[in-house]
Design a protein around this ligand. Structure first.
Ligand code: NAP
Length: 247
């Protein structure tokens, strides 16, 4: 008899890697994407795209698709989806695990200001700063509306807000190399890096480059997430899924 499907709440590289691992173990993952990226890189296994319609919609989906276990592998900043997953799973008594890369921590030589939000990050920048802005398109407006800032806004999608003339838009997807990040900062006279504390290795080169260049970093702290077992590696998460599914 085929095993009941496993729902991966995705939108991250970790989620794709987990789907690959689960398929290799003969399991049946369904990866869910929010549908915010125009041309997403699709994982192996089944994929569904678009919001569920809040906690109610997710709970209805979990029942109708006979999902056995949910793995929240969303980005550390996707707070709403994680909360809704916790509520829906708790209501149905379904196991919920989270796959989440550890947050970055400042090291010797780092010059971080830690702030709670993108709005606070924009407010923390000094007048005249030339910024490498590496946050999502939906959060660029507080930076673009400060006429005394300029720089490079790097994001996967075109921002919702118009890009002012003092900003250059770079539409790119990670990973980025250390050499690339260093030259991007030095050749463009970058004085400040703005980043979310995404963690993991995929986008860490910008943090290393900032350290090497002595560039101050405005680091947006992670939002709180619901209490649930957390795994930091794909393999550990996949093994936990196997344990949950074993009779
Ligand atoms: P969010 O604020 O937590 O969620 C907003 C709404 O988007 C949710 O209420 C849900 O809609 C829908 N949604 C989010 N993730 C979904 C998923 N995996 N499958 C189906 N629906 C989903 O999320 P967000 O910060 O906008 O992020 C959206 C997606 O982009 C996530 O999948 C996340 O992993 C990915 N991502 C986010 C960031 C970031 O910095 N926030 C960075 C990289 C990737 P309904 O209420 O209708 O179900």
């Amino acid at each position: 008899m085929p095993s009941r499907p496993i729902l991966i709440l995705g939108g991250t590289r970790d989620a794709r890697d987990l789907a690959t691992d689960l398929v290799a173990r003969g399991l049946s993952p369904v990866t869910s994407l929010a549908g915010v990226t125009g041309e997403p890189v699709l994982p192996p296994g089944r994929v569904r795209i678009g919001g569920f319609g809040g906690t109610e919609g997710l709970a209805a989906y979990l029942v109708s698709e006979t999902i056995a276990v949910v793995i929240d592998a969303t980005h550390p900043f996707a707070a709403r989806m994680s909360q809704q997953a916790a509520e829906a799973c708790s209501r149905l008594g379904l196991p919920l695990l989270r796959l989440e890369r550890p947050a970055w921590a400042p090291r010797e030589g780092d010059r971080w200001s830690v702030v709670p939000s993108a709005v606070a990050a924009a407010a923390a920048l000094p007048s005249g700063a030339r910024v490498l802005l590496t946050i999502g398109r939906k959060e660029a407006l507080p930076f673009f509306s400060r006429h005394d800032l300029s720089g490079i806004a790097r994001m996967i999608e075109t921002p919702d807000a118009d890009v002012p003339l003092n900003w250059r838009l770079l539409r790119e997807r990670p990973p980025f190399t250390l050499a690339r990040e260093t030259s991007l900062m030095t050749e463009n006279g970058i004085t400040h890096l703005v980043s979310k504390n995404a963690g993991g290795t995929l986008t860490e080169a910008k943090i290393t480059a900032a350290r090497a260049c002595g560039t101050p970093v405005v680091m947006i702290a992670r939002p709180p997430k619901p209490h649930t077992p957390v795994f930091t590696s794909t393999q550990d998460a996949a093994e936990a899924v196997e344990r949950v599914l074993s009779p």
